[in-house]
Design a protein around this ligand. Structure first.
Ligand code: A2P
Length: 295
């Protein structure tokens, strides 16, 4: 079983460098996936109210027999629960579904650029939850430089994490650099570029990329392992998703080799600047809002 090194957040809380993602994992497959992840050695699970699988994540952790405090639980408040009181209640819903009193890292899932006051109210609720000891760290997701700038202008607590799309085909260097300057850890979603796999047109899968393939061969590792190692060596947190037990274990087995500076640069050179996920500036309640059920 692999042991994963920790990263230290800006408030001193430690987070495993690699976590396990369950985005688009159907609720009926989530328990088995999280159980496989915990057996493989993952001690950080990333979910979200909007994924509809927090309950199954919580059940898998509870059933694992692993001490609750050895597992770092991260979840996200959906935009439909933004607003001060609504976000406090959003925490209650997520905590109840997860079956825990305390959440390790609670983040805002998206900025709402056209209603940024609501986003700020939601963040203020996260600050209250942090002060009350209900969460150990707070952060954001899919925040671009302008959103981070507006947030930092008003926030008391600098977000510990900004979870954004980062993989070799879309690296968001500017957002990462801005975060680093302010003490915000970048956390990569779709770290092996899963978001690119099913896209037609000019992109093929990162898994078939010849540059990544050649580096993988040189280390006798898989392309996914090379991409995850790239994140680790660049100091990012990453949360690969899989429902396949062999791939779940494979993705954690990245702590026994080292990419050279040239190899890291070659992967950096693959950035296309083309986003796979939704455009953060275009997130509105009208287009993306949907109620998050009570626990
Ligand atoms: P599966 O769940 O069948 O393993 P990302 O986290 O970058 O979005 O990637 C998720 C996608 O990558 C999923 O389609 C997942 O499919 C697939 N995947 C996860 N790990 C690996 C791996 N080690 N090799 C190949 N594909 C993988």
């Amino acid at each position: 079983m692999s042991t994963v090194p920790n990263l230290t957040l800006n408030n001193g809380v430690e987070i495993p460098a690699l976590g396990f993602g369950v985005f688009q994992t159907p609720p009926d497959e989530t328990r088995a996936a999280v159980e496989a992840a915990l057996s493989a050695g993952y001690r950080h699970i990333d979910t979200a109210a909007a994924y509809g699988n927090e309950r199954e994540v919580g059940e898998a952790i509870a059933n694992s027999g692993i001490d609750r405090h050895e597992v770092f639980i991260e979840t996200k408040i959906w935009i439909s629960d933004y607003g001060y009181d609504q976000t406090l209640h959003g925490f209650e819903k997520s905590a109840a579904k997860l079956g825990v009193d305390e959440i390790d890292l609670l983040i805002l899932h998206q900025a709402l650029p056209s209603e940024f006051d609501k986003t700020l109210d939601a963040y203020q609720a996260l600050e209250t939850l942090l002060a009350d000891g209900k969460v150990r760290a707070i952060g954001v997701s899919n925040f671009m430089v302008d959103h981070l700038t507006a947030l930092l202008d008003k926030a008391t607590v600098v977000p510990a994490v900004n979870q954004i799309e980062v993989h070799p085909y879309f690296a968001q260097h500017e957002v990462q650099a801005f975060g680093a300057k302010h003490g915000v850890l970048s956390q990569a979603w779709s770290p092996i570029g899963g978001i690119t796999f099913y896209r037609d047109g000019e992109h093929t899968s990162t898994l078939q990329d010849p540059v990544i393939g050649e580096i993988a061969q040189a280390h006798a590792k898989s392309p996914a392992q090379v991409m995850l190692r790239w994140h680790v060596q660049q100091g990012r947190s990453a949360i690969p998703k899989s429902t396949n037990p062999a791939r779940i274990a494979e993705n954690l087995d990245v702590f026994d080799f080292e990419l050279t500076a040239e190899q890291l640069a070659a992967i950096d050179g693959l950035d296309t600047g083309k986003r796979g996920g939704p455009e953060p500036a275009a997130i509105t309640l009208e287009a993306f809002g949907r109620p998050i059920p009570e626990a």
